[in-house]
Design a protein around this ligand. Structure first.
Ligand SMILES: Nc1ncnc2c1ncn2[C@@H]1O[C@H](COP(=O)(O)OP(=O)(O)OP(=O)(O)O)[C@@H](O)[C@H]1O
Length: 259
C-alpha cells in the first residue's frame, strides 16, 4: 500500500545550519497494516509524515501509495490518497457548526466530483454509521454544536471526518498528545475501532512507548532520518516498554558522554 524508497530531505543545505532530516529512509507498509512510529526529538518523524502527505517536497527518493507514484503530486491531489489527523483537537473541526454539518463539510471537501450540498437522509444515515464505529455516542448527537464537545470527542470526530472517503493511508500525527491520559486512551480506543471497521492502513507517530507496545502490528523506530528498528509479528508481541526505552537510553547516554 505504501512504498517509500530512499527518501532524502536536507534543510538549509550547504550552510552552517544544514540539517539532514531524512537520510535515505525506506519503508513499506502493507494494506491494513498499522505502524506506530517512535523516535527521539528530531529523528525525522514529522518530516516523514509531511513528505507522505505532500506538505513537504523531498530532495530525493520516491513515495508510492496504492501503486501510484505520488512523489511530486501536490498536496490537494494527494488528499484522496492520504488523510491526516493533527495534535490539536481544534484544528480538524469547525466549532460553530453541528456534528452533521462538519461531516458534510468533510465529505464535500474530500470529494473529487462536485456534490450537491444538503443533509439528506441518506447522508445522515451514512454519517451516523461512521460515527457509531467510535462507540462514543456521537451518532445520537448529530445536531449538537461541536463547540459543546470535549477535546476527546472533537478529536475522535476529526478522525472520522478525515477518513470519510476511506483514504489509502491514514496519518496520525501525535493525535492524542494534547489530551489528558484518560481521554487519550479513550480516543486511541475509538481510533482503533474506526481503523479496524474501515480496514485502514495507518501510520501513527507517538512519544508514548506504552501505546507503541499496545497498538498496531508494527513498531518503526526512527533515528537520524532512517528506520533504525522495524518490529513486527512475534517480536512485536514480546516487546516491552523497557526494551523500547533502552534503545533511547543508549543513544541519549552516548550523547551525554559526547561519544
Ligand atoms: N522546516 C524546517 N526547517 C529547518 N529544519 C527543520 C524543519 N523541519 C524539521 N527540521 C529539522 O529536521 C530534523 C527532523 O525534524 P522532525 O520535526 O521531523 O523531527 P521529529 O522526529 O518529528 O521530532 P519531534 O519528536 O521533536 O517532533 C530536526 O533536526 C529539525 O530541526
Amino acid at each position: 500500500m505504501l512504498n517509500i524508497t530512499n527518501l532524502r530531505r536536507t534543510f538549509f543545505a550547504g550552510t552552517a545550519d544544514e540539517k539532514v532530516a531524512l537520510d535515505g529512509l525506506s519503508l513499506s507498509l502493507g494494506k491494513g497494516e498499522f505502524g506506530v512510529i517512535i523516535g527521539s526529538n528530531g529523528a525525522g518523524k514529522s518530516t516523514l509524515l509531511n513528505a507522505i502527505s505532500g506538505a513537504l517536497q523531498v530532495d530525493e527518493g520516491t513515495i508510492a501509495i496504492a501503486d501510484d507514484d505520488v512523489t511530486r503530486m501536490p498536496v490537494h491531489d494527494r488528499a484522496r490518497h492520504v488523510a491526516r489527523v493533527f495534535q490539536d483537537p481544534m484544528k480538524g473541526t469547525a466549532s460553530g457548526m453541528t456534528i452533521a454539518e462538519n461531516m458534510l463539510l468533510a465529505e464535500l471537501r474530500t470529494s473529487k466530483a462536485r456534490l450537491k450540498p444538503g443533509l439528506t437522509r441518506k447522508r445522515l444515515d451514512n454519517y451516523r454509521e461512521q460515527l457509531s464505529y467510535l462507540k462514543l455516542g456521537l451518532e445520537d448527537r448529530m445536531d449538537t454544536q461541536v463547540s459543546l464537545l470535549s477535546g476527546g470527542q472533537r478529536q475522535s470526530l476529526s478522525l472520522v471526518m478525515a477518513v470519510i472517503k476511506e483514504p489509502d493511508i491514514l496519518l496520525l500525527d501525535e493525535h492524542t498528545a494534547a489530551l489528558d491520559p484518560r481521554t487519550a486512551n479513550l480516543v486511541l480506543n475509538a481510533t482503533l475501532r474506526a481503523v479496524s471497521a474501515l480496514k485502514l492502513t495507518t501510520l501513527m507517530v507517538s512519544h508514548n512507548m506504552q501505546h507503541a507496545v499496545d497498538y498496531g502490528n508494527r513498531i518503526l523506530m526512527l533515528e537520524a532520518g532512517k528506520v533504525k528498528l522495524d518490529i513486527s509479528g512475534a517480536e512485536k508481541k514480546g516487546v516491552s516498554v523497557q526494551s523500547l526505552t533502552n534503545h533511547f537510553a543508549i543513544k541519549s547516554d552516548r550523547m551525554l558522554l559526547g561519544a
